[in-house]
Design a protein around this ligand. Structure first.
Ligand SMILES: [Zn+2]
Length: 87
């Protein structure tokens, strides 16, 4: 939750790509609250790269959760971010 405080202090209303990616796990877990949730959704609305990032991130998290050992490790998130930045 602490990482959100930085966002509230921001002057600009729009999230940066890396902020959306930072919030990805909370978004997928549906732990985001307004107004951050609305900002993430708005960013996804106009940003196909983040959209596909969120899509594959969500799928990966769900896949991991469906497996016996329940891990959504940081390394997976990093790998998806690296992949999405290669485009
Ligand atoms: Zn973006």
């Amino acid at each position: 939750m602490f990482k959100l405080f930085g966002l509230f202090r921001r002057k600009s209303d729009d999230l940066k790509h890396n902020q959306v990616m930072d919030l990805a796990s909370d978004y997928v877990d549906e732990e985001l609250e307004e107004p951050v949730l609305a900002k993430v959704r708005r960013h996804l609305g106009f940003c196909p790269p983040c959209q596909s990032f969120m899509d594959s991130f969500g799928k990966t998290v769900r896949l991991l959760r469906s497996m016996p050992q329940e891990k959504a490790p940081e390394s997976v998130r990093r790998r998806i971010i690296e992949q999405s930045q290669r485009h």
